[in-house]
Design a protein around this ligand. Structure first.
Ligand code: ATP
Length: 264
């Protein structure tokens, strides 16, 4: 069990099956670049599932396919029994409420002319959630270890880490069932790692949330995830509970990754 670990129900909230994705590259001589090769895995309700692998192995592309920000060539992506790839634009908008993604540099999405309070209220208004949701803001700030005096400041008056947590708070106010985090710590100092672990623990205490967590940071994934999947060159090499992966990695690539992590 991870440091943050919780009990999760053995029921898939998200099923990715045989997903393949390629890009056409080259202006004159078109070449096909294969990015994802037959990716299949389930995310269980309530778990934190980590995805790691070398740069360019396809992690972000996979997340983007799940969010339907980029089309897949083939395969299915089932969320709560619904094939996301078959949804009409209207139904897709509905599904986006239950599935939220924190991008690598989310702070750029904040309006510099709006106070943090206004930015936090924005998604509540856009998604027409009950006004009472605004009352949840102080609780969310506590959970994210942010002081309430930040509410009346503007984005440029916050640190990168604070801005990132505000963006996470905006997503959490929508009470998503599935949260997709793409390298949420890449912009942050290693010293905030302990804080992120604490925050993940707080979130899991408060919310019945499922998280797909993409990161290069094996130490962080080890601390916050229930299971970790390892990607290499568009393939999901293995997906195992954290302890199992660290004690008995089945692939040479994973063994090398763990050795490098242990030597660090
Ligand atoms: N629009 C695109 N057109 C062509 N190739 C692309 C496009 N988007 C991504 N790629 C390629 O797909 C591959 C996978 O990229 P992706 O961003 O998914 O990897 P990643 O594992 O998330 O990497 P990182 O850890 O560096 O973020 C890379 O080789 C990248 O160059």
């Amino acid at each position: 069990m991870s440091v943050v670990g919780g009990m999760f129900r053995k029921m898939a909230i998200l099923s990715v099956k045989h997903v393949c994705k390629s890009y056409k590259t080259g202006l004159i001589k078109k070449k096909t670049k294969i990015i994802l090769q037959d990716i299949t895995f389930d995310v269980q309700e309530g778990e934190v599932l980590g995805l790691t692998g070398a740069s360019g192995s396809g992690k972000s592309t996979l997340i983007r396919c799940i969010m339907r920000l980029t089309p897949v060539d083939s395969g299915t992506i089932i969320m709560d029994g619904t094939d996301l790839l078959q949804l009409s634009p209207t139904d897709l908008r509905q599904s986006r409420k239950v599935m939220q993604m924190l991008f690598q540099n989310p702070a750029s999405a904040l309006n510099p002319r709006k106070t943090i309070r206004e930015s936090l209220a924005e998604p509540i208004l856009i998604h027409q959630l009950p006004e009472a949701t605004l009352k949840e803001i102080p609780g969310i700030l506590d959970m994210l270890q942010l002081k309430k005096d930040l509410l009346d400041r503007y984005p440029h008056q916050l640190s990168g880490g604070e801005l990132q947590r505000i963006c996470l708070g905006r997503l959490l106010l929508l009470r998503p069932r599935l949260l997709l985090l793409d390298e949420p710590t890449s912009m942050l100092d290693v010293s905030v790692q302990a804080q992120i672990i604490e925050i993940m623990r707080n979130i899991r205490k408060e919310y019945p949330i499922t998280v797909l967590f993409v990161s290069h940071d094996l130490a962080l994934l080890k601390a916050v995830c229930d299971r970790i999947g390892v990607m290499e060159q568009g393939k999901l090499l293995e997906l195992q509970p954290v302890e199992e992966l660290f004690q008995h990695p089945s692939e040479q690539y994973t063994r090398d990754l763990i050795r490098a992590f242990n030597d660090f």
